[in-house]
Ligand binder design. Structure first.
Ligand SMILES: [Zn+2]
Length: 249
């Protein structure tokens, strides 16, 4: 079963590559079919197998022999692995599908932010729609509307303040806040706090390392850290928060 989940992940990952490449250009993600970025020759169906075709073609276009970015198989593999890990943690439950949607959104948004330093509203709308659907599902299952509102308010307050106080540094922006509010529709109050803490700590450590290496001017995309932070929170958030609360109570 986990192999089917993995296969499902790498096939979707291959589609996410198309999204990551085309959304910033404002291109249609369904049409035209996949083509080589250099010679524009349309790819045959047998060149579209995730990971395997990359290995088979030795990372080069079949026609013009131009190098294919290692990013393509990396995104495919990453998506497959994330899906399998979620499957081991949650089994075939609604939570599994919820986090599959959330992390698919975060993988695409994270790589786009890495490439362009932008968050695209068209993509956010998809994440938002998924969040609304899963919120409705959780309300039907007995979750309180109040809790969902509190979850959404947390990033607005914590992150809103952070943006306000760091506005001169120009590190994190409203796009990052947008992503966090969408995440809050998928996770609990405790988890969104853990997500924010994890992402700020990781983003902070990487920023300090870059600054110490004299790379002061470099802009650091924050969405990848938010994505990592969310993954940490979903996998270990409850344990860490309970451990932390126990220290003080
Ligand atoms: Zn080519």
């Amino acid at each position: 079963m986990s192999f089917i989940v993995f296969l499902f992940g790498i096939i979707l990952g291959s589609f996410f590559n198309v999204c990551i490449y085309r959304i910033p250009k404002g291109e249609n993600i369904a049409f035209p079919p996949s083509h080589c970025a250099k010679c524009e020759k349309e790819l045959k169906w047998y060149d579209l197998f995730p990971i395997i075709s990359y290995i088979f073609l030795r990372g080069k276009c079949r026609y013009c022999k131009d190098k294919i970015s290692i990013r393509y198989p990396v995104v495919e593999l990453l998506t497959g692995l994330v899906y399998v890990i979620l499957f081991y943690k949650f089994g075939l439950t609604i939570d599994f599908f919820k986090y599959v949607v959330l992390f698919s959104f975060l993988i695409i948004a994270g790589f786009i932010d890495f490439d362009t330093m932008e968050v695209y509203f068209s993509l956010s709308l998809v994440g938002l729609a998924g969040g609304v659907i899963f919120s409705i599902v959780s309300i039907i299952k007995g979750a309180l509307v109040k809790d969902i509102v509190v979850s959404m308010a947390i990033p607005l307050i914590i992150f809103g303040m952070l943006i306000f106080f760091t506005r001169k540094i120009k590190g994190i922006g409203t796009g990052d806040l947008e992503i966090l509010i969408i995440i809050s529709l998928y996770v609990s109050c405790k988890m969104i706090i853990a997500t924010i803490m994890f992402s700020i700590v990781m983003g902070g450590i990487v920023s300090i390392i870059l600054i110490l290496n004299g790379k002061r001017k470099i802009h650091i995309p924050f969405v990848p850290f938010i994505a990592l932070g969310t993954f940490g929170a979903v996998m270990y958030g409850d344990e860490i928060i309970n451990w932390y609360l126990n220290l003080f109570m």
